[in-house]
Design a protein around this ligand. Structure first.
Ligand code: HGY
Ligand code: MN
Ligand code: MN
Ligand code: MN
Length: 397
């Protein structure tokens, strides 16, 4: 099943996969999922924010539901498992429960949340945040992608009405628990020599957009002393932010996206925008890092005769991400170790509203958000069996 997924949204230029939220590649993979769910007799629906829900309710129960699932969108040039593994494992877990002749006392749903990576519109977990109310429809509708396509236009093109966007408290109230299975995006399980782990924590993380304005000019006629070059200011800031994170134990700071304007080889840029991703287990340290980074960014810009503006794009806290359901999973999966993660997930967003847990499956390369991300078939199967065990337990009377 995972091999089929790997055919959709392959990015020949970058390698790996590029499935931005609400895009054609994303839609193609969602249709793949709906086809597989319907072939299993699951009822598939799409909610006001674009999340897909595939329901298996053989007993016709009206109890609150047990939900699993993940996302199908990817980062640009991402791996084949980040997201799709959790969605495909949900389908396989239903197959396994059927083989076991299990009739769950609760409805079991497989959710596919849109734009989890935030690669297109800049806010991670866009679909789950809209459903939970963590992000307002107004804030979401103000978003646009790099091509200038607004979120509203993307929704309409994807068959959704922007006017219906928003929180879905009734749907949340009908969820008794949420368990997301995900490829591990690090080396924990390699070092432990185990195939499956229970997530113990998710780091809080934020994204900030820095805009540096200088003076666009000619690369050949402008003397060095007459320049106000935002690219130089940005380069200095990126190294300073890296050094700041290096000096702060457990901190992570990344600049993975930098956009010069106009971007000509023989043109001194007039403006540079870049995004900072900062994460730390302690929310207060994250806040201190951001404040320090902001000060350094402004100072570095001034040194180059430029002006810098720093704008928060999204911020979530470690406190929100209490994966409280992990206690129940310990009983069901006694051999699975517990692992924290620096990666954000829809489970982190849902954790603020419903009892939530995550399962990680070993990634033998320990690399993610890269074509080198990997899960071996044997571990994928063990992950699906563990998920089936957990769903069976949570959906029992
Ligand atoms: O960025 C993250 O941590 C996640 O992969 N969206
Ligand atoms: Mn993911
Ligand atoms: Mn990811
Ligand atoms: Mn309820």
């Amino acid at each position: 099943m995972l091999r089929e997924i790997a055919a959709v949204g392959a990015d020949a230029a970058r390698g790996g996969f590029s499935r931005a939220g609400y895009s054609d590649a994303d839609r193609e993979l969602r249709e793949w999922f709906a086809g597989h769910a319907e072939a299993r007799g699951l009822d598939v629906e799409r909610d006001r924010n674009g999340t897909l829900w595939a329901w298996w309710n053989p007993s016709g129960s009206t109890a609150d539901a047990v939900i699993t699932g993940s996302h199908l969108d990817s980062v640009p040039g991402g791996g084949g498992y980040d997201g799709p593994l959790g969605v495909a494992s949900g389908l396989v877990a239903v197959d396994l429960l059927r083989e076991r002749a299990v009739v769950p006392e609760r409805p079991i749903g497989i959710a596919v949340f849109p734009e989890e990576e935030g690669s297109r519109f800049g806010v991670a977990c866009l679909g789950s945040r809209l459903m939970s109310g963590a992000l307002s429809p107004d804030r979401a509708l103000a978003l646009a992608d790099r091509e200038g396509d607004t979120f509203a236009e993307a929704l309409r093109r994807d068959g959704l009405d922007p006017a219906h966007l928003g929180p879905d408290p009734e749907r949340l109230a009908r969820i008794s628990s949420f368990v997301e299975l995900h490829v591990e995006q690090g080396r924990g399980l390699i070092d432990l020599g185990k195939p499956v782990a229970i997530a113990s924590s998710i780091l809080g993380h934020g994204r900030w957009r820095v805009t540096v304005d200088g003076q666009g000019n000619h690369a050949g006629t402008t003397l060095m002393e007459d320049r106000r070059d935002p690219m130089v200011a940005a380069a200095r800031m990126i190294v300073e932010i890296r050094d700041l994170a290096r000096r702060t134990p457990d901190a992570r700071a990344t600049v993975g996206r930098l956009e010069p304007v106009p971007g000509g080889t023989n043109v001194i840029a007039s403006q540079v925008r870049f995004w900072i991703d900062i994460r730390h287990p302690d929310d207060l340290v994250t806040a201190a890092l951001v404040s320090e980074a902001r000060d350094r960014v402004v100072a570095a810009a001034l040194d180059e005769g430029c002006r810098a503006e720093v704008r928060e794009e999204s911020l979530s806290t470690t406190v929100d991400f209490d994966l409280g359901l992990r206690e129940a999973l310990r009983t069901t999966l006694p051999d699975a170790p517990e692992l924290g993660t620096g990666a954000g997930h829809d489970a982190g967003v849902l954790a603020a509203s419903v009892p939530t847990a995550m399962l990680f499956v070993r990634n033998p390369t320990g690399i993610s958000h890269s074509p080198e991300e990997l899960v071996e078939d044997a571990d994928a199967e063990l992950g699906a069996v563990a998920l089936a065990d957990v769903l069976q337990e949570l959906a029992a009377p």
